[in-house]
Design a protein around this ligand. Structure first.
Ligand SMILES: Cc1cc2nc3c(=O)[nH]c(=O)nc-3n(C[C@H](O)[C@H](O)[C@H](O)COP(=O)(O)O)c2cc1C
Length: 442
């Protein structure tokens, strides 16, 4: 039997006046589909048309970069104001085609804007940029970052704002500023990765300055009626990192700014709580037992944030059952539900949930990573295997996104090891293409 009267089908009016048609959002997921000049391609159009037809009221793009030197991965779409080819007429018409395809279903499509900061792999850059030269120690895959000068910080703030303007001009219906998961803005918030002693480091007010200034510059650029969202960690889950108490304070500061939707997530590459994994045991901060056991990882945190937040709230991470999503909205823990991995294999699950045709989303994450072999499990003490495990899992999703972008169905049978190898090969090939194109233009 199906039921169609779900609270998830109710529209949501945002402070800027825009209305989201329902409470389900396809969370941001990096696509790795850009061409060698870091521009959008027809594969973006195919993928987002499928998602748009899939029924979620809001689609967030994967993270679009503001700085071609420091990418999250080699085939990120990039809009770099110092590099015309990434925002010339051709690049813009590609963005416009992407935006058109991604809104055919009448949904919103927001561009997630990001700077990778210290989490940019060596095959992109040997020297990432970050608040301070604190290197990320993961399988030797990340170079030691150089600390940004104040002039560079001010330039990057303007880049976020200008990319948001390009998003608006090319047909995206909103933007999200990525301040979670250990990337640049998130690394400014953390006392572990931000050791600055100037106006951009030290007290929380200083560590939050880059986020707040980026938000203000972006709002100034796009105007009052264009949705702006922030994705923020509820907690870094890292010893000495950005904590839940600090998050609550930042949310109170954000209350004074025009934010249309605050998305709550958590963790970073070191502590991948965003996808429900435990990270390096030596640097992990204790997590509430209920968080680890709960289907939706950040709901406890969201409830605390809800108590202080004045803007609409979205929680992303772990939601798989319709009852859990409906309860989160009807019990007023949040307004929107973010969904990630299930949409890497099944593009139409949001509509199926809304129509009452399904109550449980497909979940492959538990069985993917040889979890039955103790040494490889997410809770294993063997950090190397654990990290390879997490890469294998993420690679599995990346490869399935490629298949969807090529108008194919998902490959549910592929193993984690083969996904890890396949993913690394595609990343290295994309990096080689990008570096070749750069050299040819130099
Ligand atoms: C393949 C993949 C790519 C992701 N890329 C991004 C990204 O570009 N930006 C972002 O904020 N989060 C990214 N995430 C995190 C998701 O937005 C989401 O927070 C996470 O998958 C947890 O939600 P889920 O349990 O529904 O998958 C990514 C996750 C996956 C699995």
């Amino acid at each position: 039997m199906t039921s169609t009267s779900s609270i998830l089908s109710e529209p949501l009016r945002l402070p800027c006046g825009a209305v989201l048609p329902n409470r389900l959002c396809k969370a941001a997921m990096t696509e790795g589909l850009a061409d060698e000049h870091l521009r959008a391609t027809p594969r973006h159009d195919t993928l987002y048309r499928r998602w748009s037809e899939g029924g979620a009221g809001l689609l967030l793009t994967g993270n679009v970069q503001v700085d071609r030197r420091v990418l999250e991965r080699p085939a990120n779409v990039t809009i770099d104001m110092s590099d015309a080819i990434t925002h010339d007429a051709e690049a813009r018409s590609r963005l416009a085609r992407w935006a058109k395809a991604g809104t055919v279903g009448g949904n919103h499509l927001w561009m997630q804007i990001n700077h990778a900061g210290r989490q940019s792999p060596r095959y992109v850059t040997m020297q990432p940029l970050a608040p301070s030269p604190q290197q990320l120690g993961m399988l030797g895959n990340f170079g030691k970052p150089r600390a940004l000068t104040e002039e560079e910080i001010l330039d990057l703030i303007q880049r976020f704002a200008r990319v948001a303007t390009v998003a608006r001009e090319t047909g995206f219906t909103g933007v999200q500023i990525h301040a979670a998961h250990g990337y640049l803005l998130s690394s400014f918030l953390s006392p572990v990765t931000n050791r600055r002693i100037d106006a951009w480091g030290g007290a929380l007010e200083n560590r939050a300055r880059m986020l707040i200034e980026t938000l203000r510059a972006t709002r100034g650029a796009v105007g009052a009626d264009f949705p702006i969202s922030i994705k923020l960690n509820s907690d870094d889950f890292r010893k000495g990192g950005f904590s839940n108490d600090e998050c609550l304070q930042v949310v109170q500061w954000l209350n004074a700014e025009p934010v249309d939707l605050l998305e709550i997530s958590g963790g970073s590459y070191e502590q991948p709580a965003l996808v429900g994994h435990l990270g390096d045991a030596s640097t992990a901060a204790p997590q509430r037992e209920s968080t680890r056991k709960r289907e939706a990882y950040f709901l406890d945190y969201a409830e605390r944030i809800r108590a202080v937040a004045k803007m609409p709230l979205m929680v992303t991470g772990g939601f798989r059952l319709r009852e859990t999503m409906e309860a989160a909205v009807s019990e007023n823990a949040c307004d929107m539900i973010g969904l990630g991995r299930p949409l890497c294999t099944h593009t139409d699950v949001a509509g199926a949930l809304l129509r009452g045709e399904t109550r449980e989303l497909p979940a492959f994450e538990r069985g993917l990573v040889l979890a039955d072999k103790g040494m490889f499990s997410p809770t294993s003490r063997f950090a190397l295997f654990r990290q390879l495990n997490a890469f294998g899992e993420i690679g599995w999703y990346y490869l399935n996104l490629f298949r969807l972008a090529d108008s194919r169905g998902p490959d549910l049978q592929r193993g984690a090891l083969s996904a890890l190898v396949g993913y690394l090969l595609t990343e290295y090939r994309a990096a080689a293409r990008m570096h070749r194109a750069r050299r040819a233009r130099a």
